[in-house]
Write a new protein. Structure first.
Lengths: 396, 254
């Protein structure tokens, strides 16, 4: 880690010409919950939170080299664990003629699906940011990418594991169980100091975009060990195993159809298991010359781990619609539902976004938990945490 | 007999009008080649019927591809909420284009469908197909005559998009007689009525061959809205390659 910081800083300091680009986002979010919280300290029905994410960017050497620094900080009214700081990016990048080298803290995205990101294993999920799991923590890495006519081949060395962020007992939404997340268990003897490795191949073949990847290291998603603490309370302790995961993802793009598929095979976390997500997206564009696009999505999620899966998507169908007005303020409305085929438990998600002027935007999100049976471990605890969030963002 | 002759003569005239129209378009395409690669900064000023304006700033890189459509990389800078979003397109003379979008917040590259031709680009009066690379093979032509456009003698050519997904039944293009550059285009919608007029302004010649306008002004006659596209800092032949138009560049471009 210290080595990475030195590499990035010396690459940047070695260059005397400073032409900084400074940009970023500041956002204030207010949440209103439909019911009182049930956990002690979480009885409130309104919450205010704010985040700040500036980006410092500098490029030189005719654009071949660049340095990016993106810190992130959030303050939350009630959830002490949601109040957090992270370095999303602190990267030096060098682009050669048939290769690229990137060192530092970065975010990397792999995959094609919308309802689950199975093959996407490099970065840890910053779960307190958003229940949808789309937000990620910065990951220290050295990444060498070969860019060849036969495809892109990326090698990653990942020193330094990041623990998943969890809501505090006072957080909403939150878990009904007591998490011992400040005291995780590791399979690796050196815990978070274990160095992980990954490799990914990518190639675009006409209509098909294909990715193949392998990861060896500390699993980003933990299992939970049920333990009795010294004070007698039953707690769930995150357990991070060493896993080997092979992933396949591809998308076929034909006309207005996008066919998406992701599959993983993971060893090392209990029995070997398979997880997959597959489906389609179809867009009706410029309907009746109104400029409006309507996209419909359907995906199926399957996870062999069944009830023990930490993912709420073990045998689920995901249905969604996206309405893009393509107007001057870029108004977009999204609605999606993940439905458990066995229990009927449904996670409903509605989002709308619109720009105000040229530097602000308004974002409304609703998260609803419907038909949740007590057997659905993941959703049952948060079934009373339905909320609507209104966010206002300022961009600079 | 007379009638047959007349029909033949008429057919010949139509055929020759088609050939002539196609020749003019092909001549423009020929003259507009050899620039190899191109960079430009773009400012888009959107104006609604009440005169309210909003601005977009983007930069545009393109690469000439031998025997196929151009490669294009667009980086968005303003409005600020879309800053860092990049768009990559491999256009093809025949068949659909390959397009990818880079979303900076998630560091995600998404392959997107290129079948939306007629929808508005960033809320402007330009449809995607108006900004796509204008391949000769994508239209049927008819020469309509000679007329003055932007104060210069021009060839008036009707062209009919072959793509059934096009938002237009036809377009009328005025090509400058001396340089063959387009001076004005009228767009007719699916109901055959005049929808928009595009006017090219402030043409300048670069690298001794190609002509580029400093401004493209698109006026929508049905809504009263308009969009001005202002180009600055044109650069040509800076030695870009396929490497500047790949996924790694897509996620890096500014």
């Amino acid at each position: 880690m210290r080595f990475l910081i030195i590499v990035v800083l010396s690459a940047w300091l070695a260059n005397p010409a400073f032409a900084w680009e400074f940009s970023g986002e500041f956002s204030v979010e207010t949440r209103a919950f439909s019911e009182d919280g049930t956990r002690p300290g979480a009885e409130y029905r309104a919450n205010v939170s704010a985040f700040f994410e500036p980006e410092f960017y500098h490029s030189w050497d005719d654009g071949r080299q660049s340095f990016t620094f993106t810190p992130f900080a959030r303050i939350d009214q009630h959830d002490g664990d949601r109040t957090h700081f992270d370095v999303r990016e602190f990267t030096w990048q060098y682009a050669g003629s048939a290769w690229e080298f990137r060192a530092g803290i970065r975010k990397v995205f792999w995959g094609v699906a919308e309802s689950a990101h199975l093959v996407d294993v490099i970065n840890q999920t910053d779960l307190v940011e958003n229940l949808d799991g789309e937000e990620k923590l910065g990951q220290p890495m050295i990444n060498f990418a070969l860019i060849q006519p036969w495809g892109d081949l990326d090698f990653f060395v990942l020193p330094g594991f990041r623990e998943r962020t969890f809501f505090s007992p006072e957080g909403r939404p939150g878990f009904p169980i007591t998490l011992d997340d400040k005291n995780p268990s590791y399979e690796a003897g050196n815990g978070a100091g274990h160095v992980d490795y990954a490799v990914r191949y990518f190639k675009s073949l006409g209509l098909v975009d294909l990715g193949l990847s392998h990861f060896r290291g500390t699993s980003r998603d933990p299992r939970f060990l049920q333990e009795r603490r010294a004070d007698g309370e039953m707690v769930f302790r995150p357990r991070y195993d060493i896993v080997n995961q092979t992933g396949l993802d591809f998308q076929v793009t034909t006309g207005a159809w996008l066919w998406k598929y992701e599959m993983i095979n993971r060893f090392g976390q209990g029995d070997r298991f398979i997880g997959l997500v597959g489906g389609f997206e179809y867009t009706f564009s410029n309907i009746r010359s109104s400029g409006i696009d309507v996209g419909v999505l359907a995906e199926y999620n399957f996870d062999e781990r069944d009830e023990l899966a930490l993912t709420p998507l073990e045998d689920d169908v995901f249905l969604a619609a996206r309405l893009a007005f393509n107007d001057v303020p870029d108004t977009v409305i999204l609605a999606g539902a993940a439905i458990d085929r066995e229990t009927g438990a449904t996670f409903l998600n509605v989002e709308a976004n619109r720009r105000i002027g040229s530097r602000m935007s308004l974002d409304v999100q609703g998260r609803f938990f419907l038909n949740v049976p007590p057997s659905d471990l993941f959703l049952h605890g948060i079934r009373n945490d339905d909320y609507v969030q209104v966010g206002w963002s300022f961009f600079f | 007999m007379t009638r047959t002759l007349l029909t033949i003569a008429l057919f010949a005239a139509t055929a020759s009008a088609q050939d002539r129209g196609r020749e003019i378009a092909a001549e423009w395409d020929k003259r507009d080649s050899g620039w190899q690669d191109q960079v430009a900064e773009l400012k888009m000023i959107l104006r609604n019927s009440r005169g309210q304006e909003s601005t977009r700033v983007l930069s545009n890189r393109s690469l000439e591809v031998e025997g196929d459509g151009d490669k294009l990389l667009v980086s968005f800078d303003q409005p600020r909420d879309v800053k860092g979003t990049n768009f990559l397109s491999f256009t093809h003379i025949s068949g659909p284009d390959d397009q990818w979008l880079y979303l900076p917040a998630l560091k995600r590259i998404k392959r997107i469908s290129s079948s939306n031709k007629s929808g508005p680009f960033m809320g402007s009066e330009f449809a995607y197909e108006d900004l796509a690379s204008q391949e000769v093979e994508k239209y049927e032509y008819e020469f309509l005559g000679e007329e003055t456009a932007n104060g210069r003698p021009a060839f008036k050519v009707k062209r009919i998009p072959l793509d059934p997904k096009s938002g237009y039944t036809r377009q009328v293009v005025w090509f400058d007689q001396e340089t063959y550059r387009p001076e004005k285009i009228e767009f007719y919608d699916r109901k055959e009525s005049l929808l928009k007029t595009l006017t090219y302004k402030g043409y300048q010649q670069y690298v001794d061959t190609v002509w580029r306008a400093d401004e493209m002004f698109m006026e929508n006659h049905q809504t009263g809205k308009s969009t001005r596209l202002l180009f600055t800092n044109y650069q040509f032949q800076s030695g870009m390659t396929d490497r500047d138009f790949d996924r790694a560049s897509l996620s890096r471009a500014r």
